[in-house]
Ligand binder design. Structure first.
Ligand code: NCD
Ligand code: ZN
Length: 372
């Protein structure tokens, strides 16, 4: 039976395990959850890194950092250097741990995987099918070529993070995730049944069902934007480049399936924003980059989605427990609190010299606010 989270009257506090809904005054509602993690984040480098990192660090204790820099982070040495640059860019008071990833290529060796495991700071390996998305041109052309690396990952339990889309231009853009399951993921898991796989930023009912029915070694991240928007958002009154990401938003039936999966209580689904900043000029142009910048208000967006599903009591496990458990890392200490209060997101944010960043839903209202 569904548990009622919100008392109809101004009752003091309802506790559901460690999760709390409180009403400190009439008309305000707060939720407190254990400090969450972001299991899929693009931080970029240099000035861009310094511009976006504080938004993630104020919400998340840790984040899995995507390696699609130019050049890509393909070695443990490069991941170590990138990690140092992230730590140096952190605001003084921030406590934030970057969990590093390696960018899988046709040439990644089993030795590099062993070094990654031994490093202690590389927590996963990212699969970009070559050409699938932003900075994926150095990605994998054929998984058979990486089999030695995959065998070592299977042996060591190092997760493979899959950008799950085929790149065949003959396949309809909206079908590329579904076809990836049939033609890449299922054969891979048949060949390497012990490989631990996170199906990243899933966008379809088929992916949610596949993950739910797969073994314990298969999990998925889900973004806030795929929980909140369907593909109509891309064309609402005109082309909306800030809603364009890959995998692209799908139909409403898929959004609902994702929301069901995220709020199902299954431990296989967890938070991964895929926040992917691009300068406004690179988005608002004839051939705009894929990626939505959601880090500014990530938790608030997830809270809206979970509230919409009547499942705020499931937000904490999704945001703060399931990912840590899958990655075999300790759950975080500390907590943070969101208040039900409508405010307006900024129209733009500082980014790099001479360019700005437009957050998802810029200049529009959002109904939750993270308290300082
Ligand atoms: C990401 C980026 O910009 O790096 N873009 C995106 O649309 N999600 C790459 C990715 O994760 O696909
Ligand atoms: Zn991504």
């Amino acid at each position: 039976m569904a548990r009622k989270v919100f008392p109809p009257v101004s009752a003091g506090s309802v506790a559901v395990d460690r999760f709390h809904v409180t009403r400190p005054e009439m008309n305000t509602m707060r939720i407190t959850l254990a400090r969450p993690d972001d299991w899929h984040l693009h931080l970029r480098d240099g000035q861009a890194l310094r511009a976006v990192l504080p938004y993630s660090a104020r919400q998340f204790a840790r984040a899995v950092i995507m390696p699609n820099l130019r050049p890509p982070v393909t070695t443990v040495a490069a991941a170590g250097d990138y990690r140092r640059r992230i730590l140096e860019a952190l605001p003084d008071e921030a406590r934030f741990e970057p969990l590093m990833t390696l960018y899988l290529t046709d040439d990644t060796s089993a030795d590099e995987i062993r070094r990654a495991v031994d490093s202690g700071f590389v927590k996963a390996v990212k699969l970009y099918p070559a050409g699938a998305t932003t900075h994926s041109d150095a990605g994998v052309t054929d998984l058979d070529r990486c089999d030695a690396a995959l065998a070592e990952m299977e042996r060591a339990g190092l997760p493979l993070l899959a950008h799950g889309e085929v790149t065949d231009p003959a396949i309809d853009l909206f079908d590329r995730e579904r076809v990836f399951i049939e033609t890449v993921l299922q054969p891979l898991l048949a060949r390497r049944p012990g490989l631990r796989v996170v199906f990243e930023h899933i966008t379809t009912k088929e992916a949610a069902e596949f993950v739910a029915s797969a073994g314990e070694n298969v999990a998925a991240t889900i973004t806030a934007h795929h929980l909140l928007y369907n593909r109509n958002a891309l064309f609402a009154g005109g082309v909306r480049p800030h809603y364009y990401c890959l995998p692209v938003l799908k139909r409403e039936t898929h959004r609902r399936a994702l929301l069901r999966a995220a709020t199902s209580g299954s431990r296989k689904f967890f938070l991964g924003t895929d926040s992917a900043p691009h300068a406004r000029r690179a988005k608002e142009t004839a051939c705009g980059c894929a990626g939505c910048f959601t880090a500014l208000s990530a938790l608030e967006l997830y809270a809206e989605a979970f509230e919409q599903a009547g499942a705020l009591d499931r937000l904490e496990a999704f945001a703060s427990f399931n990912g840590a458990d899958f990655y075999r890392l300790p759950r975080n200490q500390g907590s943070l609190t969101l208040e039900k209060r409508t405010w307006t997101l900024p129209a733009s944010l500082p980014y790099t010299d001479g360019d700005e960043l437009t957050p998802l839903r810029a200049g529009e209202p959002i109904s939750w606010k993270l308290l300082a």
